[in-house]
Design a protein around this ligand. Structure first.
Ligand SMILES: [Zn+2]
Length: 280
């Protein structure tokens, strides 16, 4: 445990980047070998677009990282926040801290992005991808990256998270989001037990179905408990899914950087009414 704390207390930007690139590479190779959907698309063009938004996400997070460090140092020095006020046990900090950071720093902003129109306008870019794979994981508009960063900072203040825990949480968060967006065919016998603890690909994919109410389910990132607790959990047959978002299905609007960057500032589009609701 001391080794883990030591490593994440002093983790360099290089190692943080290596975790992101390493995860992306591993899941990219696995989904090529064992794909769920085999429909052909220009994987290089698709990856290029998503990697551009991954780079802007990294940039926003690196530029603002000093705020996270400042917030964490401040709560630890002043004994503020849930962990600091309840125990000094590092295992307690690890488990309760990861759970609370995942809830306040990931599940809550994601749920909010689907229920607050101006944040949805930014989050839309993530949902416009009609070929979800591991490169979709960090396809976020820079504006959404800032919103998510703000929630992470608030989470650190509420949780009282030490810096080693914040970096560990961020590393797990990156790898899990790459995993649960990957186009990997996972057998039910493996996915089912895993999905009681973590968000698996079979669980998360329905969130990328192009229509409500399915896109308003399974918001989780690391842990799957929150969707089960808050009534947003659903299990569907993944083979029937159609990725994208009903209001932006035109490729001309969703396959180049310039038009995607402008989406938040174009007018809000209402979801398209069902003639009869499709059941998955
Ligand atoms: Zn979403």
């Amino acid at each position: 445990m001391e080794v883990l704390i030591e490593y994440f207390s002093n983790i360099t930007s290089g190692h943080r980047s290596a975790i992101l690139v390493g995860g992306l590479t591993i899941f990219f190779l696995i989904e090529n070998a064992l794909p769920l959907f085999t429909n052909s698309y220009n994987k290089w063009k698709h990856s290029g677009l998503n990697l551009f938004f991954t780079l802007t996400t990294i940039l926003v997070n690196f530029l603002m990282a000093f705020i996270l460090v400042g917030a964490s140092d401040w709560v630890v020095a002043n004994g503020i926040g849930l962990l600091q006020m309840t125990s000094t046990n590092v295992y307690y900090h690890l488990i309760i801290g990861l759970l609370a950071l995942d809830l306040i720093g990931a599940w809550l902003p994601h749920w909010t992005a689907h229920h607050v129109k101006w944040i949805w306008q930014f989050h839309l870019i993530h949902h416009t991808d009609q070929h979800v794979d591991t490169t979709t994981a960090n396809r976020h508009h820079p504006g959404e990256s800032v919103v998510r960063f703000a929630f992470t900072t608030i989470a650190i203040l509420i949780v009282g998270a030490p810096m080693w825990l914040v970096f560990l949480y961020q590393a797990l968060s990156v790898v899990l989001t790459q995993f649960n967006h990957s186009n990997v065919k996972i057998p039910e016998w493996l996915d089912n037990p895993l999905s009681f603890i973590i968000c698996t690909p079979n669980m998360h994919r329905v969130h990328h179905h192009y229509r409500q109410p399915y896109s308003d389910t399974n918001y989780g990132n690391i842990f799957s408990f929150w969707d089960r607790m808050f009534g947003t959990y659903i299990k569907v047959d993944n083979s029937k899914l159609k990725y994208g978002v009903d209001t932006y299905m035109d490729a001309a609007e969703t396959q180049n950087v310039g038009s995607l960057l402008k989406i938040p500032f174009a007018g809000y589009r209402n979801h398209i009414e069902y003639d009869h609701e499709e059941k998955l």
